[in-house]
Write a protein that binds this ligand. Structure first.
Ligand SMILES: Nc1ncnc2c1ncn2[C@@H]1O[C@H](COP(=O)(O)OS(=O)(=O)O)[C@@H](OP(=O)(O)O)[C@H]1O
Ligand SMILES: Nc1ncnc2c1ncn2[C@@H]1O[C@H](COP(=O)(O)OP(=O)(O)O)[C@@H](O)[C@H]1O
Length: 242
């Protein structure tokens, strides 16, 4: 580890670019490489990008999964649409242009976390394919996992926990996704979560989170559940706190 840090310290280079409106920008590489951070955390950084209609269960499943990951000693962050619109993106509405900027900013924040070794869960409708693909393109292969909550609009509308579908049907909310604004389904998502399982039974949020957990586990994103890079056991300790 010390050797890795030392070589990173001498390796870093700086280039000058014009970026957007800014000129003479120098990209300053850090001295602690991603691999070191991932070793420290004992996991692989990734963006798990939930997408789907309002009421499809994005927030619920992301929260359930985050809790289960914590129980396994995994370091996570959850970026949620409603929450982010209270702060970072409070100047954005729901026009196509504002949704694009919403997703672009979240994509950049998510990238920063993932490249620091954090399992990053994002929960945004993100209705436009090009916006989601734009985030994917900013990340290295394997760093962006699109998780499509394929829940029929009828079920989302039936749930309607915030009364938004009712308001949209009554014309009180304009440009509501699925009613008078588009939702473009992913064409090749890494994960698809359906309301029912293969046997036709309705799935709970816990079932859905377990499906995603299995995907992460099988592809090595969770690292070794018995080590955090320092040789210490983490799974049991974390399980006790979650
Ligand atoms: N017009 C319109 N269309 C869709 N959704 C609306 C709208 N107005 C308000 N809301 C509420 O905002 C939440 C969606 O925010 P997002 O940031 O995820 O949207 S987007 O990705 O930029 O499309 C969404 O949250 P979820 O229900 O959790 O998806 C709604 O509560
Ligand atoms: N698997 C599920 N089974 C039944 N109800 C669910 C499930 N997932 C979410 N819900 C419920 O559906 C509603 C919408 O979920 P939410 O997570 O807020 O969706 P979104 O974030 O996509 O808008 C909530 O009332 C939630 O309790």
């Amino acid at each position: 580890m010390a050797q890795q840090l030392a070589s990173a310290a001498t390796d870093h280079t700086a280039h000058t670019y014009d970026v957007g409106k800014a000129t003479n920008i120098k990209f300053h590489d850090g001295m602690v490489p991603r691999e070191t951070k991932e070793q420290l955390l004992g996991q692989k950084g990734v963006v798990l990008w939930f997408t789907g209609l309002s009421g499809s269960g994005k927030s619920t499943v992301a929260c359930t999964l985050e809790h289960a990951l914590a129980a396994r000693g995994r370091m996570t962050v959850l970026l949620d649409g409603d929450n982010i619109r209270h702060g970072l993106n409070k100047n954005l509405g729901f026009s196509a242009q504002d949704r694009e900027e919403n997703i672009r900013r979240i994509g950049e924040v998510a990238k920063l976390f993932a490249e620091s070794g954090v399992i990053t869960l994002t929960s945004f409708i993100s209705p436009y394919r090009k916006d989601r693909d734009g985030v994917r393109a900013r990340l290295a292969p394997g760093d962006f996992l699109e998780c499509y909550m394929r829940i029929p609009i009828e079920l989302c509308e039936q749930r309607d926990p915030k009364g938004l579908y009712r308001a949209a049907r009554a014309g009180k909310i304009k440009n509501f996704t699925g009613i008078d604004d588009p939702y473009e389904e992913p064409t090749a998502p890494e994960l698809v979560v359906d309301a029912r399982d293969a046997a036709g039974n309705m799935q709970s949020a816990e079932d859905m989170a377990a499906q995603i957990m299995q995907y992460l586990e099988e592809r090595g994103y969770l690292g070794s559940s018995s080590s955090n890079g320092s040789g210490k056991q983490v799974s049991d300790r974390a399980a006790a706190t979650a």
